[in-house]
Design a protein around this ligand. Structure first.
Ligand code: ADP
Ligand code: MG
Length: 696
């Protein structure tokens, strides 16, 4: 049974002693099941090609024959020992040569049947005839044993010190011979046939030791039907876990924020604009969800500047009017402070009490929060930490935290209450990735920008074109617009090769003596930061020299120019977020990417993408393509279970299929009682991360 394989240590296999088991453990292989999922990273074609007389020079081929002679020779003057193995199949003669490995001689006897595979060379003495240098070899014991290292498509595994690829391959073969019979199919037949996926045993067998009929090309691109099958399984386990988590949530009782919505109407009356159609739609979706008596779990996605904050505010008012508290959690202190500054006056007018709570808030309004006097708390992670107690928390809004994934939310829940949760993100995440990070959530999207937004003109400047840039900036400043200048470091000493905020400040003051310059970075005291932000917002500062602290969320509509120094150092997601700080008002806005030195190919691509595209989703796809999913908010950083076979980028279609099937199955049979093996697999996959089924 599959279960047993997952618990059986590899040492159980004959020929694998403690020492080899240790080497295998270094590769992450502890149990038989681990071994089955340790896939070859490439395959070599060592299928026997035909007769020796048909060999072609300079190609990789394999032939079989009987040993004519096996002798160690010495080179005339040098001290090199060459082991020469001559074989024949009746049609011709082939010499295998190994340099300085005389001990190989012991392995061969005249008359043995052997297979040699390697690149075919001309015989170096005669210029005709065939030889191979250090070919792969296999001595055939008797006619019908299966070949492991040659005469077939041979798997190549990544190995580490202590194990040759050949040894590893032999061990894998032994493990497979033993374990394959114990492997029971866990996936419902119906699902397999719908996607024409092969049965489990066939898949595992062929991934490791493929039959000759499998396409070598598909194997090497890891997209054979057998790879597809295992990738599907992994994505299925992932999605089934998410489906079960979602189901588990809906079984819990949560709060029901079912107030009529007077506060919301009041706020809408105070705003200088009316909501876009998309904003109205998502507000309806959210409120409907909040009215229900079980916990809301919703992702709100909308590109930078699409107006998520006001949606969050409306949702919080719904909770407050229903008698609960609401919390708005931001990723940085600056953003929390800014949210606080923005919403404070509005809420005060509505007669509500708001508190700010970050790691550096000195006066901590903990008593007011725990007594329920405070209606809304704005803060950072600090607000869900131990000492903070809410009287009756009804809604948590999590703003712009790409890493606040499935597991972090589960942790939030373990704090006791089951508040409604709204996760907001502008970070354009490709759909495949959000199906993973946020795959347990319901989904709302703002797919429309507020009216009269003009595309942001994006240009690339080399730092040698500074004069040109200065002219453009002066033009905008003269019109009364404000400018952000972002630098990658705070002080010069941090990185000698990067321009810093402090150096930038000196330069900017010298270049624009007639304008007011402000400085903002993460090492300033919170009060100073707040004061600078306020001054910038109110137009008392013309040029804000800063670090990426302004990356997310900061909202100053009159600022129309974003200059990013050392743009080559920033990733696409970050550049897009930074650019999103402008273009928030009615003015034509600009983003200038200033680069230094010669650009790497990838940096050049990033700048190109930024100049060409505005749409966050498009940029996310490009980012995904340039960097791969692992590095982006991949499953690794989020603490999610590892994907060993599947790849979110390459297998996006499989992911959609796996998601559909998994959610369907969990809907029909919430705890997979009819599929005990499958349930075990899913539980294993999520083990140690989060408990996905109600009970086990
Ligand atoms: P984000 O989605 O990036 O968080 P914000 O909520 O910060 O966007 O909104 C960006 C800007 O657009 C803010 O200045 C906000 O006041 C403004 N805004 C939001 N909704 C509308 C709307 N319907 N019409 C006009 N301006 C809006
Ligand atoms: Mg925002």
């Amino acid at each position: 049974m599959t279960q047993a394989l997952q618990d059986t240590p590899v040492q159980y296999i004959k020929g694998i002693g403690p020492k080899r088991a240790k080497s295998l453990a270094r590769l992450g292989i502890n149990t038989l099941w681990d071994a089955l999922l340790y896939l070859p990273f490439r395959y070599e074609d060592r299928r026997v090609s035909g007769r020796i007389s048909d060999l072609r020079y300079d190609t990789f081929q394999a032939v079989s024959g009987r040993v004519l002679s096996a002798e160690v020779k010495e080179t005339p003057r040098g001290k090199m020992k060459i082991f020469e193995l001559v074989i024949t199949d009746g049609s011709g003669v082939l010499t295998g040569k190994w340099f300085n490995q005389p001990y190989l001689k012991r392995l061969f006897r005249v008359g043995d049947r052997v297979i040699l595979s390697g690149v075919v060379k001309r015989n170096s003495y005669w210029g005709v005839g065939y030889e191979m240098h250090s070919p792969e070899f296999e001595v055939l014991e008797d006619e019908d044993t299966e070949q492991i290292h040659s005469s077939r498509i041979v798997p190549v595994y990544r190995s580490t010190g202590g194990l040759t690829t050949r040894q590893l391959r032999s061990m894998m073969y032994a493990i497979l011979s033993h374990a394959l019979n114990g492997l029971s199919e866990y996936m419902p037949e119906e699902i397999l046939s719908r996607y024409r996926l092969p049965p489990l045993r066939e898949a595992i067998q062929n991934i490791h030791f493929p039959s000759d009929r499998v396409s070598l090309e598909e194997l090497n691109e890891l997209r054979s039907p057998y790879h597809q099958r295992l990738a599907f399984d992994e994505l299925f386990f992932l999605q089934a876990g998410l489906a079960a988590l979602r189901r588990k949530m809906t079984l819990r009782r949560g709060v029901s924020s079912d107030a009529p919505g007077r506060l919301r109407s009041a706020l809408l009356g105070m705003l200088p604009f009316s909501l876009t159609g998309a904003q109205k739609r998502v507000v309806d979706e959210i409120i409907e969800d909040m009215r229900r008596p079980y916990p809301m779990n919703r992702l709100l996605q909308g590109d930078v500047g699409s107006g998520k904050t006001v949606v969050a505010l409306l949702a919080m008012l719904q909770a407050v009017e229903s008698g609960y508290q609401a919390a708005l959690m931001a990723p940085t202190e600056i953003l929390a402070e800014q949210h606080y500054l923005n919403i404070h006056p509005l809420l005060k007018e509505l007669g509500l009490r708001v508190a700010l709570l970050t790691g550096s808030t000195r006066q901590r309004p903990l008593d007011e929060i725990s007594s329920g006097q405070t209606n809304i708390v704005v803060g950072t992670h600090a607000l869900i930490q131990g000492e903070v107690k809410f009287k009756h928390l009804g809604l948590v809004v999590i703003d712009e935290q790409h890493r606040f994934g499935v597991l972090q939310r589960a942790a939030l829940r373990r704090k006791g209450a089951n508040p409604d949760v709204l996760v907001m993100t502008a970070t354009p995440i490709p759909r495949t990735l959000s199906l993973t990070m946020y795959g347990d959530l319901n989904y709302s999207v703002i797919d429309e920008l507020p009216p009269n937004r003009r595309p942001i003109v994006t240009k690339h400047f080399r730092h040698t074109e500074r004069g040109l840039l200065r002219g453009v900036l002066r033009g905008e400043l003269r019109k009364g617009r404000q400018v952000y200048m972002v630098y990658p470091a705070i002080e010069d000493s941090e990185r000698f090769d990067l321009k810093s905020v402090l150096a930038g400040e000196r330069e900017v003051r010298a270049e624009f003596p007639e304008y007011r310059v402000g400085v903002l970075h993460g090492r300033m005291r919170p009060q100073e930061r707040e004061e600078t932000m306020r001054a910038f917002k109110e137009g008392e500062i013309d040029i804000l020299v800063c670090t990426t602290v302004v990356e997310v969320g900061v909202d100053v509509p009159n600022a129309s120019v974003m200059v990013i120094e050392h743009a080559e150092r920033f990733g696409l997601a970050q550049l897009h977020q930074l650019r999103g700080r402008v273009g928030r008002g009615p003015y034509q806005s600009y983003c200038f990417l200033v680069t230094y030195g010669r650009l790497t190919e990838e940096a050049r691509r990033r700048v190109e993408v930024m100049v060409k595209y505005q749409d966050g989703f498009r940029i996310a796809e490009e980012d995904f393509r340039l960097r791969g999913p692992g590095e982006l908010f991949g499953t690794k950083q989020s603490g999610m279970p590892d994907l060993k076979v599947a790849d979110l980028l390459r297998h996006s279609r499989l992911l959609a299929a796996a998601r559909q099937e998994a959610f369907k199955l969990v809907e029909e049979d919430g705890e997979l009682r009819n599929w005990p093996l499958l349930r075990q697999m899913v539980e294993r996959f999520w083990k140690g991360k989060v408990e996905i089924f109600r009970t086990s």
